[in-house]
Design a protein around this ligand. Structure first.
Ligand SMILES: [Ca+2]
Length: 169
């Protein structure tokens, strides 16, 4: 079982001030440090604790206009991709016709983002066109079902913190 703590919370970050965003970020880091084996999902109107061992049963349902932010850490012991990079998995139930944007940022590593449709078709992004090494994909959802989002790195066995943001349809 992947021991990595990672934390999800849904918050209307786009509508929040910097001070509020900072407070959420701090809380997220504390939760992640103290509860290393579970995921925490916290929205403005919900708090759900998920067992990390059973991510398939606990995909996230995207709500229109919401931004979901996940913080996590890639480190030894994580799943390793066939090309030798650590990767964390996040799952989402999306509906055909939606457009969602997924952004993966890190101050520590050169990020690499993979979004795989229920049918297995994958889209990849290494660096988004903003001059950074961070990643982003805008997904035109063409299959209803469980999508697999992997937060990973370009370089092999790179370790560090990351932030994954998913902008709702
Ligand atoms: Ca990159």
């Amino acid at each position: 079982m992947d021991p990595l703590a990672h934390t999800l919370f849904g918050a209307a970050l786009a509508e929040s001030g910097l001070k509020r965003r900072s407070r959420y970020a701090t809380a997220t880091l504390l939760i992640g440090a103290n509860l290393p084996d579970i995921d925490v999902v916290a929205g403005q109107d919900q708090t759900v604790t998920l067992n990390r061992a059973a991510p398939i049963e606990n995909a996230n349902v995207m709500q229109p206009g919401r931004v979901q932010t996940f913080t996590g850490q890639l480190r030894r012991g994580d799943t390793v991709r066939p090309t030798n990079q650590y990767a964390d998995s996040h799952y989402f139930d999306w509906v055909a016709g939606q457009t969602v944007r997924v952004e993966l940022d890190s101050d520590d590593v050169d990020t690499y983002l993979i979004v795989t449709a229920p049918s297995g078709i994958a889209q990849h992004n290494d660096d988004r066109p903003d001059g950074t090494l961070n990643s982003a994909l805008t997904i035109q959802v063409n299959e209803t079902g469980r999508w697999h989002v992997q937060a990973s790195t370009y370089g092999p066995y790179s370790t560090g913190d990351y932030t994954l943001r998913v902008h709702g349809p």
